[in-house]
Design a protein around this ligand. Structure first.
Ligand SMILES: [Zn+2]
Length: 181
């Protein structure tokens, strides 16, 4: 125990601190969100030295500290690297619980993008499954311009050659994420 507490009854007051604030996203993140808002394009940024493609983009390579400015378009589809199902509601969640958070490595990217997973059967969720972005209709320039990612079903062609992705609608949808703002 700290000395100043000896022989003293510590009085503890509990309060909630609410801090609304605004900040500039900066040139790199602004471009990322502008392309999603205006073109439904997801961009990454490639390190000229170690060749890593970061999504979301960043202005400095986290591995070799090179400055980054080489933009590359990545796919709106990718692979689920990990996920969690949230049952405990808090005011900061972007949707009612239960909801699924996942980390998605988009095709063409080397890093994972954290986002919501929806239109998914909880029982069939698995690491490695294919998912694709569902964009909001009225986009505002923020991360929720991508509403969520949903599973992609791979179906073999008529003659067993090739594959084509098809959106999969399944039971056990999460609630409360609407397509329109
Ligand atoms: Zn690098």
């Amino acid at each position: 125990m700290d000395q100043w507490l000896e022989g003293l009854e510590p009085i503890v007051e509990h309060q909630d601190l609410k801090v609304p604030y605004r900040y500039s996203m900066g040139a790199t993140t602004s471009k990322f969100f502008i392309e999603i808002r205006d073109q439904k394009k997801i961009l990454g940024i490639r390190c000229p030295k170690c060749k890593v493609v970061f999504v979301p983009p960043r202005s400095t390579c986290g591995r070799c500290f090179s400055p980054l400015d080489k933009w590359v378009k990545v796919s709106d589809q990718g692979t689920l690297q990990t996920y969690t199902i949230v049952h405990y509601p808090t005011p900061v969640q972007p949707a009612p619980t239960p909801l699924i958070y996942g980390v998605i490595k988009l095709d063409g990217a080397d890093t994972g993008l954290a986002h919501l997973i929806n239109e998914a059967d909880y029982e069939k969720l698995r690491v490695g499954m294919r998912v694709r972005a569902v964009f909001k209709e009225d986009r505002l320039g923020n991360m929720l311009d991508i509403l969520y990612f949903k599973p992609v079903e791979i179906i073999k062609g008529k003659r067993g050659k090739g594959v084509r992705p098809k959106a999969k609608i399944t039971k056990g949808k999460t609630r409360g994420i609407k397509r329109k703002a």
